[in-house]
Structures are given as structure tokens and as C-alpha cells.
Design a protein around this ligand. Structure first.
Ligand SMILES: NC(=O)c1ccc[n+]([C@@H]2O[C@H](COP(=O)([O-])OP(=O)(O)OC[C@H]3O[C@@H](n4cnc5c(N)ncnc54)[C@H](OP(=O)(O)O)[C@@H]3O)[C@@H](O)[C@H]2O)c1
Length: 248
């Protein structure tokens, strides 16, 4: 007799090895999703999570998101395995700090490939199974740097602003097929990406934040939970800012 078809929804999350990505992987698993994730290397935390998780629920591959063929291959394998993709979270990104005039062309190219080309190509690949089922949610991790200018992060901010443009344009393209596309623009939260921010800078950020604290991974998780829930079924094409009021 054939195995019954696994009805659990499937989430694809880029960059699930650490930071917000690892928290997203854990949260989607706890909510009963099967999860497909990739990163260039596997962290000890992700390896431990894989050890303790149903092997039919969590899949990780070593993929460098700047390799377009590898990204397509990853999605093809995921779609073949599960026959559905319900949610895509474009989470993987790299920070790039420095004045533009002092930044090499190679560093700019590498950041744009990870922070912009990767989410565009990953979204294109994941849309195929979503369109086939006329259902799905794409969440793009943007940043407050897409919304406000700040010295030293012009290229990072440009990539995130472009991602918000993708959110709006794509929402129109795929909305008629029942697929929603939303950006989340977090303020600063603790992760490897922000580990270089000095205590002085952190105090300045907190002072400028009406709610008087830094953000947390949990703040972003809550927004992802909401955006993937039926309560958000009429929200698409928007950027939701989660920054304690920093940009207001
Ligand atoms: N932290 C903040 O304050 C903050 C604020 C606003 C927005 N965000 C956004 O939130 C998202 C998560 O940030 P985070 O702070 O959690 O970042 P993080 O801790 O630096 O983690 C980044 C993740 O992306 C993966 N990654 C990076 N380059 C990759 C590549 N070329 N191919 C495959 N995977 C790659 C990393 O794994 P490997 O290195 O092993 O590949 C890692 O799993 C990002 O989109 C970021 O821009 C963060």
C-alpha cells in the first residue's frame, strides 16, 4: 500500500544556519511545517536541531546562494520531495559596511548577489510550485536601511529597497493566483550581522527608539507568524516595519 500523502505545509527558508534564519526554522517546525533550508555551512546549533528532529520534517543543504544553478537545484529537489511549497522566507543576507568610495567593486558585487539576486532567483524558482497550487506566501527580509538613509550601508540599503520593490511588483503579478508577497523591515536585533555595532551605537539606537529597547528575533518571528496566518490573508505588496518606532 502507498504511504499516505504527507499533508504538512512546507516552508523554504534561506540562511537557516544561525541568527533569525535558525529561529525561523525552529518556529516553523514547531508550527507543524516541514522545512527546507540552506546556507554555505552548517552551524553546531542547526546540526543539533537536525539530530533531534523528524528527518522527514527538516532538510538542510550546503548551498552558496550566489550560485544560481545550485539555488535552482535546491528548489527542484525540495519541490520533488514535497510536491508543494507553501511559504518562502528570503532571509539569507550579508552585511556590507563602509563608505561607498572605499568599497571594492568585488565586495559590492558579492553583497548584491546574496542580498538581491539570490532572493529574486529563489522566489522565481519557488513560485512554480506555488502557482501550480494557486497558494503561497513569500516573505522578504528587508531592513530599516531600505527606508532611511544611513552612512556606511548604502549598498546594503539599496539591495533591501530593491527587495521591497520586488515585493510590490510581484504582489501584483501573482496576487490573482492567490499568492501573497510581503516585506518585513526590522530594526536592529542581536545576531552575528550586528555583532560589530559598538555599545555606544547601541545606546544611541535605543535612545532614538520610542519603545526604548533594541529589537529581538522574537519580534520578527511574531510578525512572520502573523503574515503566514489566515489573519493576514488580505495583506500583500506591503513592507511591515518592526523597529519599535525607530523610523517614525
Ligand atoms: N540583525 C539585524 O539587526 C537585522 C536588521 C534588519 C534586517 N535584517 C535582515 O534579517 C535577515 C537575517 O539577518 P541575521 O541578522 O539573522 O543574519 P546572520 O545572523 O548574519 O545570518 C545570515 C544567514 O544567511 C546565510 N547566508 C549568508 N550568505 C549566504 C550565501 N551566500 N548563501 C547561503 N546562505 C548565506 C548565513 O549562513 P552561512 O554564512 O553559513 O552561509 C546565515 O545562515 C537578513 O536578511 C538581514 O539583512 C537583520
Amino acid at each position: 500500500m502507498n504511504d499516505p500523502v504527507d499533508q504538512r505545509p512546507v516552508a523554504v527558508i534561506s540562511g537557516g544556519s544561525r541568527g533569525l534564519g535558525l529561529a525561523l526554522v525552529t518556529d516553523f517546525l514547531e508550527r507543524g511545517y516541514r522545512v527546507e533550508t540552506f546556507s554555505r555551512s552548517e552551524s553546531a546549533e542547526l546540526a543539533a536541531l537536525r539530530e533531534s528532529t523528524d528527518p522527514d520534517a527538516l532538510f538542510w543543504s550546503a548551498v552558496d546562494g550566489t550560485d544560481a544553478d545550485a539555488v535552482e537545484g535546491f528548489v527542484r529537489a525540495a519541490a520533488r520531495r514535497h510536491r508543494r511549497i507553501d511559504v518562502l522566507v528570503n532571509n539569507a543576507a550579508v552585511g556590507l559596511e563602509g563608505l561607498l568610495t572605499l568599497t571594492s567593486a568585488a565586495a559590492i558585487d558579492a553583497a548584491l548577489r546574496t542580498n538581491l539576486t539570490l532572493p529574486v532567483l529563489l522566489t522565481r524558482a519557488c513560485l512554480k510550485p506555488m502557482l501550480a497550487r494557486r497558494d503561497g506566501v513569500v516573505i522578504n527580509l528587508s531592513s530599516i536601511n531600505a527606508l532611511r538613509g544611513q552612512t556606511g550601508v548604502a549598498v546594503y540599503g539599496a539591495a533591501k529597497a530593491a527587495l521591497d520593490g520586488l515585493t510590490r511588483g510581484l504582489a501584483r503579478e501573482v496576487g490573482p493566483a492567490g499568492i501573497r508577497v510581503v516585506s518585513i523591515a526590522p530594526g536592529y536585533f542581536d545576531s552575528d550581522m550586528t555583532s560589530g555595532i559598538s555599545p555606544d551605537q547601541l545606546r544611541r539606537i535605543v535612545r532614538r527608539t520610542p519603545l526604548g529597547r533594541l529589537g529581538s528575533v522574537e519580534d520578527v518571528l511574531g510578525t512572520v507568524r502573523f503574515l503566514t496566518s489566515p489573519s493576514a490573508s488580505f495583506i500583500t505588496g506591503q513592507t511591515i516595519t518592526v523597529d519599535g518606532g525607530y523610523t517614525c
